[in-house]
Each structure stands twice: as structure tokens, then as C-alpha cells.
Design a protein around this ligand. Sequence first.
Ligand code: NAD
Ligand code: UGA
Length: 355
Amino acid sequence: MTSRPRVLVLGAGGFIGANLTERLLADDRYDVTAIDIDGEKLDGQLEHARLTFHRHDIRSRDDSLESLVKDHDLVVDLVAVANPSLYLTQPLDVFHLNFTENLRIVEHCVKHSKRIVQFSTCEVYGRTVAGVLGKDPAGMAFPFNEDTSPLIMGPVKNHRWIYACAKQLLERVLHAHGLEDGLNYTIIRPFNFIGPRIDYLPSERSGNPRVFSHFMNALLYGTPMRLVDGGKSFRAYTHIDDAVEGIARVIDNPGGVCDREIFNLGTPENEITIRGLAELMKLIFDEEFRRPGDPDPEIVDVPAEEFYGPGYEDCDRRIPDVSKARNLLGWESRHDLRSVVYHTMKYFVDRHRAG
Ligand code: NAD
Ligand code: UGA
């Protein structure tokens, strides 16, 4: 009997990691070792016979991480600070975790000849050409392509870009190790995945999470829906179930099609402005979830500096070109925008009402 491939998932306790771990365990082809400093989102999976969970900080300076890499067939690296408010308040922590600590993992993979699936971000594309030229990006759809689009960051004083720069530099180092050492890597650039087990609500825990949680908090607790700089930026949302299907295909790597490739995973059809997202969530809440006495939050504009502090600059529009994932992996999202938003809202509403 041949043994199953052993997958080491770093950051398995996070939003994508927990959903991915569940998906990998469900299809019975992998043994999974899950690493995170927080295992809460893995509740319900921890007893699974093919899962081993280690509560471990990848920054610790013992040999354990290298030994783990050595003992596995594939490394999936999701560890990062992935929350924009922290890019503003803790830019050095963002750099050190997202670049320096991740680089150590890459180097272990080089040393032990292991394949790595590295999570990057759609933020590496930065701003649109239209936005940079002072034109309205709404009038110019320009899908970002993995192998041809330029990566356009704002000035250094806008330190929001440290996240995207750290991720971009790691991508470039992976590429260089591929060239010089034959490292087999695949880079995934996610475009706004949402769904069950995404971030906390700010009325239940301190902090400044991603936008969906703020708007959900407004619907459940009556805080205002705040639109940063008027909510004119666009995002394209992907259901986490569609996302993990794409990630699973990258992990499977049929015929080596993902070797030394970068993949956008996203849903270009599910584009909406942030103002549109606020209005859609209010509509879906009224149609599907509203009970007597539930709050009816107001939608207000807030300047970016007031919301995030100094150093913010936004990605104005980011549309994924997903032709590579479609052609090489046969992957495509199934959930339309309403379905993605509905399912993510339902997760929060059910939790809230369960107490
Ligand atoms: P997340 O914050 O939910 O997950 C990150 C996980 O890393 C967390 O569980 C956290 O506890 C863990 N972690 C942090 N520091 C650690 C350490 N020192 N040692 C061990 N574990 C540590 O974020 P996510 O949304 O699941 O994103 C996962 C990856 O995908 C990140 O690399 C992120 O940059 C990237 N990404 C996500 C999205 C998205 O749509 N969610 C979009 C673009 C990029
Ligand atoms: C985030 C993170 O950078 C990464 O995790 C990841 O790379 C990316 O999501 C992704 O999921 O692809 P971003 O979409 O900018 O990036 O983060 P959000 O906090 O969800 O912000 C989206 C938009 O809503 C921004 O324009 C922001 O200014 C705005 N916003 C945010 C509001 O208008 N109101 C809020 O209350 C919060």
C-alpha cells in the first residue's frame, strides 16, 4: 500500500487555512499537518485521524519548522498579517512576518527540495493605470494578468503598500530560487475571498477587521456602515468554497501544470463598489434575515485618514484575469455575487443568533 502525500499547512488556523484543511481532509488523499498559533477555527476537525495539529509560532528559532518541512511532501504557506488596518499601525511586523519569516520557510524548501504553494495577494498589482493617470477607473476595465500586468505601488510615505511590497519581494525570491536552485513553487494571488470563518466582529473583539465584518457588525449591532473615502473603490468577491476548490487543484498539480506558475484565483463577474456592497448587504439582510427590533444602520462617508490613520492609499479596482486557472486547472467560480454575500452573511447571523 502506498502512503498518502503529507501536506504541511502553515497558517492552517486562519480563514483560508481552516476551510482548506477541511477540504483536504474531505477528499481522503492527503495526510495533513496543520500549524498555527491559534486553532479555534479548526474546532471540529482536530480529532480527525488524518490531521495533526501543532500550536506553533513560525518565528520560534528552534529546528522544529525545518524538521517539519523535511518530513513533508508539500508545504502550503498561508502565514501572514492579512488585515489592512495593521499595515498602517504595525508596518514592521507586517514586513517581518510576511517577508522575513516566510523567507525562512522558502529556504527550508530549497534545502530539502520540497514543493511550496505560497500565498501572495492580488494587492501586488497595486493601483490601476487609470487611477494613476487621474482617470475614473470605473470607465476602464483592465483585468490583471499574472504574467503580463505591471505592479504599480504608491509612494513610500503611504506605508499601506508595505504588505504588497513584502509579498511581491517574496514572489521575486521564489522565482529566483526557481531559476537558480530548481525550487518547485506555485504562487496563489487570492482576490477577496469571503465566507464562513472570515474575521471577527468589531463589537465582539477589539480591532479593525476587513470590510465585510464592519458592515455585518453594523447590521447586527447598529453601528454605522462607514464608507472609506466614499466607498468608490471596487472589489470582486469569491466564495471560500470556490476558492478552496481552486487551491486544492493547485495542490493536486495535475501533470505538473502549476510548476513555477503564478495563479490568480478570483471572480471577475462578482465586482462591486464598496458602496454597492453596503447597499447589497442591507438589501439581503432585509429580504432574508430581518427580525422585528433589528437595527437599520446608516451609511456614512469617512475620510481614509480618520478611519485608518496616516499612510493609507487604496487599490482602486482589481479585476482578476482567471484564464490561466481556467485553462490549466479547469477551475471557475460557481457562486455569483448575491450567493457569496448571502452565505457569508448567514454565517454571521447564525452565530449571532445562536448566542
Ligand atoms: P488569516 O489572518 O485568517 O490567516 C493567517 C493565519 O496565520 C492566522 O490563523 C494566524 O493565526 C496565523 N499566524 C500568524 N502569525 C503566525 C505565526 N507567527 N506562526 C504561526 N501562525 C501564524 O488570513 P487569511 O485571510 O486566511 O489569509 C491567508 C493568506 O492568504 C495570507 O497569506 C494572506 O496574505 C493571503 N490572502 C488572503 C486573501 C483573502 O481573500 N482572505 C486575499 C489575499 C491574500
Ligand atoms: C484585504 C487585505 O489586504 C488582504 O487580506 C487581501 O490581500 C485582500 O483583502 C483580499 O481579500 O484580496 P482590502 O480588500 O483592501 O484588502 O481590505 P478590506 O478591509 O476588505 O477593504 C476593502 C475596501 O473597503 C477598501 O476600499 C477599504 O478602504 C474599504 N472599507 C473598509 C470601508 O469602506 N469601510 C470599512 O469599514 C472597511
